[in-house]
Ligand binder design. Structure first.
Ligand code: ATP
Length: 430
């Protein structure tokens, strides 16, 4: 069943840098609509409405419960899910996705919730594994093994797969430990806009495999789903960030891949049967299944209330993304036992078929040989017919045996199928 991508907007509070710069709120939130306001708090222009707009007082747990929890629940039932945060630099994406000790973000909340959900499904066995990668300057880096600095993306029948380290995990604590290790490896740097700015897009992927079991026996099929929790790098203007050198290069790559994402979103929102430029960037390749594909997807657009142009650009992106429809389905794989059963059946039927064919060919071949040997053999008896031979006297039989044994094409073996009855049963044609 097709399903629209859910898009929500989260406004963060003004931060100390903005307060010091005497910036003021340029947006007001009312009933899931954002209104542009002037310095005196009066409406003055743009307004945008979304499924949900969270004001600066909203806790991340509220956002989680509304738009992430249903996706995590669906993932335990076999649906792919993606939640990603989009917005300009310093708009609160990492705060929303990762959070802090005091205010955990979507990733830790999802991990804890996932294990809680699993605990309450006693009739299924679950296997949870994770991987964590970042796209830095258009290079894919494994955050769980930083030796692996240029990992590959593969197109498979099941979609795009990344050649990343996979860690099987058994508890939320273990997953969160890996999350922290990965985050410590992320590329961050200080800019004028954000002291700790993410310089890469990160994708934290949780793979969930589950099988039903009854009285210890595994039954039914295997469900396999992927939950992608994505923290994008923010669009930025070098004039504002003061980026030079490495930071400038990073900013160029960030903006380029975000432009590819914006293009894909635009193409998908505009219409059917149109070519979609997924292959323009690693980001859009990896997110391909989440945008117009087989996944339930939510986008959290993060904005600062102090920005006007960047916020308008983010909200226009969000508006387009709302129109995209995905086709999420439960991802079912046959169990090993079922697969073995089915493959064994297929194999045995093919073997029989092959045997039958072989037999027919062999029989035809043998028959042909049989016929020619008999023809030669019979020619030694002049005008005698097989009936004569069968009914013949002892002398004739002896003659026949001698002639048979002297025939070079005969060897001793098991009885020949369909062999003429006058042949000695212990003799067979080569
Ligand atoms: N809801 C919030 N409450 C309080 N502080 C917030 C909130 N959201 C974000 N912040 C603060 O705003 C600053 C920027 O946030 P964050 O680093 O999450 O932005 P970002 O969008 O990830 O930026 P970048 O794209 O540069 O990585 C941080 O100091 C963060 O602590």
């Amino acid at each position: 069943m097709s399903d629209n991508i859910k898009v929500v907007v989260k406004v963060r509070p003004l931060i100390s840098r903005e307060l010091e710069d005497k910036l003021f709120h340029q947006w007001r939130v009312k009933n899931n609509t954002l209104y542009q306001i002037d310095q005196n708090g009066r409406d003055c222009g743009y307004s945008f409405t979304f499924d949900k707009v969270y004001d600066q007082n909203t806790e991340t747990t509220d956002v989680y419960n509304d738009i992430a929890k249903p996706i995590v629940e669906a993932a335990t039932a076999g649906f792919n899910g993606t939640i990603f945060a989009y917005g300009q630099t310093s708009s609160g994406k990492t705060y929303t996705m990762t959070g802090t000790k005091e205010s955990p973000g979507i990733i830790p909340l999802a991990v804890i919730n996932l294990f809680d959900i699993i605990k309450n499904i006693p009739d299924r066995d679950f296997l949870v594994s994770i991987s964590y990668v970042e796209i830095y300057n258009e290079t894919l880096i494994d955050l769980l093994n930083t030796e692996r600095k240029n990992i590959k993306i593969h197109d498979t029948l099941q979609g795009v797969k990344v050649d990343a380290t996979v860690k099987v995990t058994t508890s939320p604590e273990e997953v969160l430990q890996f999350m922290q290790e990965g985050q410590a490896n992320r590329q961050t740097g200080s800019t004028n806009m954000n002291e700790e700015s993410s310089r890469s897009h990160s994708i934290f992927q949780i793979k969930i495999e589950s099988r039903e079991h009854i009285e210890g026996e595994e039954v039914g099929c295997l469900n396999v789903s992927h939950l992608n929790l994505v923290d994008l790098a923010g669009s930025e203007r070098s004039g504002q960030t003061g980026a030079t050198g490495i930071r400038f290069k990073e900013g160029t790559h960030i903006n380029k891949s975000l432009s590819s994402l914006a293009l894909v979103i635009m193409q998908l929102s505009e219409g059917q049967n149109k070519h979609v430029n997924y292959r323009d960037s690693k980001l859009t390749r990896i997110l391909q299944n989440s945008l117009g594909g087989n996944a339930k997807t939510s986008i959290i657009c993060a904005i600062t209330p102090a920005a006007l142009e960047e916020t308008i650009s983010t909200l226009q992106f969000a508006n387009r993304a709302k129109a995209i429809r995905n086709n999420p389905e439960v991802n079912v794989v046959a169990t090993d036992t079922k697969m073995i059963e089915s493959l064994t059946k297929q194999l045995s039927s093919l073997k029989t078929e092959l045997e039958n064919k072989k037999n027919v060919e062999q029989d035809n071949h043998k028959l042909q040989k049989h016929i020619s040997v008999l023809q030669r053999f019979l020619s030694g008896f002049g005008q005698q017919t097989s009936v004569d031979i069968m009914n013949g006297n002892r002398r004739k039989n002896q003659q026949m045996r001698r002639a048979t044994i002297s025939t070079p094409h005969l060897i001793q073996d098991e009885p020949m199928p369909n062999a003429p009855r006058f042949c000695t049963p212990s003799l067979k044609y080569k």
